[in-house]
Design a protein around this ligand. Structure first.
Ligand code: GLU
Length: 448
């Protein structure tokens, strides 16, 4: 990594599996790091003990590996509690973190009262006014404090690399709770401590975090740290404008993978969705790296369309080189050699379908006989020698001359007899793969 190069992180909470929305954040962070010869941290935000699960953390790692997003370092927030405690002590000593004793019910009542007066539900800082004796009395009565960060009532601004200049004001925001009553540090805080300790230069994440950023800008400053650059994506929505969270299950990376979606189809779509650049099928992440520009992303919500993903899947499969796909074909029992792959790769939706075409080429098949007269002539005219890619044109030319059949009349019965299907890869390429003997038997209507 060169000095001053970008240092970025992807920070999922292991409370569920990755879906296309998180994957987009991970991917763009990764591409940005690669483009800048920078550094990419995978940070597992697992301080929420009730909701975080090791199996989700493992699944996130598996999904990222599948996408090809290797990380330069991995950190778990649960390993870093001492750092958060030390930073909290510094904020307390500086008077920026203060204890509050309101119960959730009391806070709710305050909020409702403010809303009833058409005022913003901003915390009133009542706890700041408590004297030492009052605090002691509350604690003696069994209350334990949660801790709020005292925001400065000043303008908060940052030049967002995607959204442009952002303006907030401290007085419009509630002092955020950074430590829960049970001492657990909350995300707004732990994230900042980590971003400081790992010297993160760019925080690239979804726009659902914009208001967190407003608070976090002040937490960085209170901890005497430089504020990183921020970029917030617009959110992904469904093709019909619906929220994607409603479909988190079927848009999970593992569900897409199990369905036969290629990692590069996901990456090709997510790297460009919502940006000014067109979506194109790419064969490798390297091809997406050079033109990943944050400024090219727009503010409007980006539409994620599953049909578009499937179209890209077909194109990505078509781009796959035999040597890259050979081990996967072998694992599926569908490795029919390079000529076979080149014949079928342009005609499949998902890789597993290669197995069906290998069976067409090599296994028994019940041929579909249409126009047996034509098929009989065709069998008699099938060239004697080994068949190659030129055989089909020569052979069908002769069959046409002998029978007068042309176009669909000629090709449909031949395809149906030889493959049992109406459509598929080019017959020019399939014929040599099916071979002479098997072709003859199929043309004669014998199971073969
Ligand atoms: N754990 C947070 C989330 O998953 C991280 C957000 C961030 O990137 O700071 O939303």
């Amino acid at each position: 990594m060169s000095p001053g190069a970008a240092r970025v992180r992807f920070a999922p909470s292991p409370t569920g599996r990755l879906h296309v929305g998180n994957a987009r954040t991970a991917l763009v962070n990764w591409l940005y790091a690669r483009q800048q010869a920078g550094w990419f941290l995978l940070r597992l935000d697992d301080t929420d003990r009730e909701r975080s699960r090791p199996e989700f953390a493992a699944a996130i790692e598996e999904d990222l590996r599948w996408l090809g997003l290797a990380w330069d370092a991995l950190a778990r927030q649960s390993d870093r509690l001492a750092h958060y405690a030390a930073a909290a002590e510094r904020l307390k000593a500086a008077g920026r973190l203060y204890p509050c004793y309101e119960s959730p019910i009391e806070l709710d009542l305050k909020r409702k009262a403010l809303l009833a007066q058409h005022r913003p539900p901003v915390y009133d800082r009542a706890a700041l006014a408590l004297g030492a004796a009052e605090r002691q009395a509350l604690e003696a009565a069994g209350r334990r404090p949660h801790w709020r960060f005292k925001l400065e009532h000043a303008a908060i601004e940052w030049p967002d690399l995607i959204r442009g200049a952002q303006h907030f004001h401290g007085r419009d925001l509630s002092d955020p709770v950074l430590l829960r009553e049970d001492g657990q540090p909350l995300y707004s805080f732990t994230s900042v401590v980590d971003d400081i300790d790992f010297a993160i230069s760019h925080v690239i994440r979804g726009e659902d975090h914009v208001s967190n950023t407003a608070v976090q800008v002040q937490v960085f400053a209170a901890l005497d740290a430089p504020v990183p650059a921020f970029a917030h994506f617009s959110l992904l929505i469904g093709a019909g404008g619906e929220k994607l969270s409603k479909r988190a299950g079927d848009l999970g990376l593992s569900a897409l993978r199990e369905d036969g979606i290629e990692a590069m189809a996901v990456a090709s779509l997510l790297a460009r969705l919502g940006s000014a650049d067109p979506v194109e099928a790419k064969a490798s992440l390297g091809e997406l790296t050079s033109d990943c520009h944050l400024q090219r992303f727009g503010r409007a919500p980006a539409k994620f369309d599953l049909d578009e993903l499937w179209q890209l899947n077909r194109k990505v499969l078509h781009l796959l080189h035999y040597r890259a796909v050979k081990p996967r074909l072998a694992a599926l029992g569908a490795d029919g050699g390079e000529a076979f792959w080149l014949a079928v790769r342009g005609n499949i939706q998902r890789l597993a379908e290669a197995g069906e075409w290998l069976a067409v080429c090599r296994s028994e098949l019940q041929p579909k006989l249409e126009n047996p007269g034509l098929l009989g002539e065709a069998a008699a005219l099938l060239p004697a020698g080994p068949l190659d890619e030129r055989s089909w044109a020569a052979w069908t030319g002769e069959v046409s001359a002998r029978t007068g059949a042309k176009g669909k009349q000629l090709f449909r019965p031949l395809r149906l007899a030889l493959t049992g299907r109406e459509q598929g890869p080019e017959m020019r390429l399939l014929l040599p793969l099916i071979g002479r003997e098997r072709s003859l038997r199929r043309l004669r209507g014998e199971t073969s």
